[in-house]
Each structure stands twice: as structure tokens, then as C-alpha cells.
Design a protein around this ligand. Structure first.
Ligand SMILES: *[C@@H]1O[C@H](CO)[C@@H](O)[C@H](O)[C@H]1NC(C)=O
Ligand SMILES: *[C@@H]1O[C@H](CO)[C@@H](O)[C@H](O)[C@H]1NC(C)=O
Ligand SMILES: [Ca+2]
Length: 248
């Protein structure tokens, strides 16, 4: 398993030489007293033991060296890999930044295109929808017809922000919105058929029950919604999605 290194091999003859020297010294001086023989024998045993120890140490050291070499190789590979991965990550981050920039630019271009396209004929672009604020006044039904003939409908107010937008574009005018209870008295429905869940009625509205049979259409005003007679003439707001307008 373990191949002795050159260094180990080099030590072997030296050790043998020492051993032989010890033996011959014992042979040549066999005539001397037994104390000398015994001490030289003990020296030889010591030498042998040292030899074995030395050999073991060399083997252990060699194995450690091999292990260290292979570990440092692993470390170098991992360092290299880490550098490569860091580089890849930086590239990806840069690419992502670029894509985000491109996307934002495209979105901005689209928004500007849509705005410029529709501000021309009086349509206002807001939050991916188009709105038309009338200058004339009409009854609720006639107002609605104006919108539907243009691929839109009277506005459906979905949230507080849209209500705020309506107040902003209508100024201090009362405007018809797409809300009516003319089908079933007291059940307010949007023009898309959905029942009103929560609204922005002015306090005290929808009005008193004794008038309510005549007040079946909803107007929006700065202070909130009011139910009113559908036959009266007011300004109105149409709303449509991008798709509708693009197709019309
Ligand atoms: C690191 O990248 C270099 C050059 O792209 C490649 O030669 C090397 O094998 C890679 N190293 C690792 C550990 O993936
Ligand atoms: C309405 O107008 C106000 C004041 O100009 C503005 O701060 C607000 O953002 C607008 N709201 C909407 C929904 O357009
Ligand atoms: Ca809406």
C-alpha cells in the first residue's frame, strides 16, 4: 500500500551499518568482560527500536503530506469555483438590471403612446382604463347610449381611488355613473349586472323612500353619490378597458 520514499530508502543502509558495527564490536571483544557485551547488546536493541520509530514517523509524515497536498488541491478547486460563481452571479445581476431598465422604458413608452392617442379625442387614460368626461348634458339612458356607441359604458366605480379620480375630473359637476335600481327598487346594480356591495353615497343617500321610486339613477358629486331621477339631464363619465378601445 505504502511505497517507501527515496529518503526512507537512503536511511536503510545506514541503519544496517550501525547494526553490523554493533555486532562485530561484540564479536571482536568477546574476550572482554560480560558487562561490555550486555551494554552493547542493549545499545543494538535501542538502535533497532529507534529505527522502527523513525520508519514509522517517516511513514506517518509521508501520509500527512499526501493528505495536505490533496486538501490544498481541493481548496484551490473550490476557490476557483467560487470565483467562477461570483462572476456568473455578477453577470446575472447586470443582465437583470438591464432587463428591468428595458421593461420600465417599454412601459413608459406604452403609457405615453396610449396617453397621446386618447387625449386627442377627449378620452383620459388612468390606471390601464380610459375615461370620457362629457361636456354636454343628457338623461341617464341617453348618456349610457353615448358610451355604448363608442365601445364603452357608463363608469363603474370599483374603489376609493377611482371615486377620487371621478371627483378630480368632474370638478364641481354632478355626473351620471353606471349605477341604477330601476329593475328592482332599492337593489342598486352596476351596468355590468353586478349588485352594488359598498358605495360612496353622500350621507342620507340613497334618498327618502317616498321619493325613491322616482330616483332610480346615481349621480356622483364631490361629497358622494346621490340617487336622482333618470330623466334629468347631467354630464356623465364613460369608462372602457384598453382592449375595447384598441379594437374599436
Ligand atoms: C472556472 O472557469 C474557467 C473558465 O471559464 C474554467 O476553465 C474552469 O474549469 C472553471 N472552474 C471551475 C471549478 O468550474
Ligand atoms: C386628485 O387630485 C389631487 C389634487 O390634484 C391629487 O393629489 C390626487 O392624486 C388625485 N387623485 C386621483 C385618484 O387622481
Ligand atoms: Ca371602474
Amino acid at each position: 500500500m505504502h511505497k517507501p520514499s527515496k529518503r526512507e530508502i537512503k536511511y536503510v543502509p545506514v541503519l544496517y551499518l550501525m547494526l553490523v558495527k554493533g555486532l562485530t564490536s561484540r564479536l571482536c571483544c568477546s574476550g572482554s568482560d560480560s558487562v561490555r557485551i550486555r551494554s552493547s547488546r542493549a545499545a543494538a536493541v535501542c538502535l533497532l527500536l529507534l529505527c522502527v520509530l523513525l520508519l514509522t514517523a517517516v511513514i506517518v509524515l509521508y501520509q500527512l503530506l499526501t493528505k495536505i497536498t490533496s486538501l490544498s488541491g481541493d481548496r484551490d478547486w473550490l476557490l476557483n469555483k467560487n470565483i467562477n460563481l461570483t462572476n456568473e452571479r455578477d453577470e446575472l445581476i447586470a443582465k437583470n438590471d438591464n432587463l428591468i431598465k428595458q421593461r420600465d422604458q417599454l412601459n413608459q413608452e406604452i403609457n405615453e403612446m396610449l396617453k397621446s392617442l386618447h387625449e386627442i379625442d377627449g378620452w383620459i387614460y388612468y390606471q390601464y382604463r380610459f375615461y370620457y368626461m362629457s361636456t354636454e348634458t343628457k338623461s341617464w339612458t341617453e348618456s349610457r347610449r353615448y358610451c355604448t356607441e363608442r365601445g364603452a359604458d357608463l363608469i363603474i366605480i370599483n374603489n376609493r381611488l377611482e371615486q377620487e379620480f371621478v371627483v378630480n375630473i368632474s370638478g364641481y359637476a354632478h355626473v351620471w355613473i353606471g349605477l341604477t335600481d330601476s329593475d328592482v327598487e332599492g337593489r342598486w346594480k352596476w351596468v355590468d349586472g353586478f349588485t352594488l356591495t359598498s358605495g360612496f353615497w353622500q350621507p342620507g343617500e340613497p334618498g327618502e323612500p317616498r321619493y325613491s321610486a322616482y330616483e332610480n339613477c346615481a349621480l356622483s358629486y364631490t361629497s358622494g353619490w346621490i340617487d336622482y331621477s333618470c330623466y334629468r339631464a347631467f354630464k356623465w363619465i364613460c369608462e372602457t378597458s384598453i382592449l375595447h378601445t384598441a379594437l374599436s
